[in-house]
Design a protein. Structure first.
Ligand code: NAD
Ligand code: MG
Length: 387
């Protein structure tokens, strides 16, 4: 029995994905065991999680909170660490089978690489890592024989549709809810507040991805994520707005046949699928009822108004370090918008300026990605300050 237990590290355990992953693990103690928990600053929740799940190691990103964490866990046999570098140390622990990357932003890149090099399968929620360095991550995953299992609901949907298929994909349709501002025009968007943007119609998620959903950058990042996960050309990826978020995405095969994966929106399902793959696990999540959704609707994405989605396609077409520039600029503007330092529409303007002005590198090395990320953040912050 014990051999079949999967030992998992959760990077970002206090977040939306992290806490839902812990709920899945708590419901399946015979399948999963948490060995590592990490958080950036929410030390209270990290302590509570550590006391409940008794992992082998915990990491707090904010070093100022290390003493509090250490003190609270002193009677347990837990390795307590702090700082960004510690993430790379804990993911290589020999007993680990899988690392769930549920942290936000390009901060996920280094620990993901460390985990792959240590041969750990990756349950990937941290889409920014694939956006920044998808090609490099893929080649490392191949070299070290690790699986990259998608947690993002759309990519999980496509992954599930591909099980058992040997034929080529003609194209995929990534579904998008359209976010809280679907159908709105520039005039409306010019004045929307952070609180309006934080109200997503179908999903409760972390602040960054919720803003990304409102600007459609989330779908843009997902297009790039899909390219690397499923080895697709840009032309093979289409976005279709489906406001009910019941169909999570669609694969169209070379004979024109289409497969869709559907269900009520609940991230615990894709999280559980990635963790238990190739098995499915019985659960008590809410089941879909057709009569509650007599109509499922579809419409094109408005990329003229929501320019971030067009910018993401543009970055993917240019390739090289351009998606890295797009991502870093986006991380800066989302943080600034959440700080009420800039307006909703100005976010796209800053990203576009960064894409035009930063040094383009056609075949970036890992060092180039770190440098691009750094330089873009400096420049984007400068642009934000001068708004
Ligand atoms: P969140 O903000 O709710 O949680 C983020 C977690 O990462 C927290 O535990 C936080 O402490 C930690 N963290 C934040 N910054 C960090 C840093 N610099 N270094 C180390 N740890 C850090 O975010 P979330 O909504 O759970 O999203 C996590 C990732 O999953 C993102 O990449 C997001 O795009 C992706 N994702 C989320 C959802 C969702 O439903 N929430 C769906 C699909 C994909
Ligand atoms: Mg998604």
């Amino acid at each position: 029995m014990h051999q079949s237990i999967k030992n998992i590290a959760i990077l970002g355990s206090t977040g939306s994905i992290g806490t839902q992953a812990l709920a899945v693990i708590a419901a399946n103690p015979d399948l999963f065991c948490v060995q590592v928990l990490t958080a950036q600053s929410n030390v209270e929740l990290l302590i509570a999680q550590a006391l409940t799940f008794k992992p082998k190691a915990v990491v707090i990103g904010d070093e100022a909170k290390y003493q509090e964490l250490k003190e609270a866990l002193k009677n347990l046999d837990i390795d307590v660490k702090a700082g960004q570098e510690a993430l790379c140390e804990v993911v290589v622990m020999p007993q680990l089978n899988m690392v769930l990357t549920a942290l936000v932003g390009s901060a996920g890149l280094k620990p993901t690489i460390a985990a792959i090099k240590a041969g750990k399968d990756i349950a990937l929620a941290n889409k920014e890592t694939l956006v920044v360095a998808g090609e490099l991550i893929n080649s490392l995953a191949k070299k070290y024989h690790v699986k990259i299992l998608p947690v993002d609901s759309e990519h999980s949907a496509i992954f599930q549709c591909l099980v058992g298929e040997e034929s080529d994909i003609e194209k995929i349709y990534l579904t998008a809810s359209g976010g809280p501002f679907r159908g709105k025009d520039f005039e409306f968007l010019a004045n929307v507040t952070k609180n309006q943007a934080l109200k997503h119609p179908n999903w409760v998620m972390g602040a960054k991805i919720t803003i990304d959903s409102a600007t459609l950058m989330n779908k843009g990042l997902e297009v790039i994520e899909a390219k690397w996960l499923f080895d697709l050309a840009v032309e093979q990826i289409d976005v279709i707005v489906h406001p009910q978020s019941i169909i999570h995405s669609i694969v169209q095969f070379q004979d024109g046949s289409m497969k869709a994966q559907m269900g009520v929106p609940d991230m615990k399902l894709p999280i559980q699928y990635a963790m238990a793959y190739p098995k499915r696990v019985q659960n008590n999540f809410k089941r879909f009822n057709f009569l509650e959704y007599p109509t499922l609707t579809f419409e094109p994405a408005d990329i003229k108004t929501f320019r971030n989605l067009a910018l993401a396609f543009e970055a993917l077409n240019q390739a090289g370090n351009m998606p890295c520039i797009l991502n870093a600029a986006n991380e800066v503007v989302v943080a600034a918008f959440l700080n009420e330092e800039m307006g909703f529409l100005q976010m796209s303007e800053v990203i576009e300026t960064c894409m035009a002005k930063l040094d383009f590198v056609q075949e970036p090395s890992l060092e180039d990605y770190f440098e691009t990320d750094k330089q873009t953040r400096i420049f984007a912050k400068h642009l934000v300050t001068n708004i």
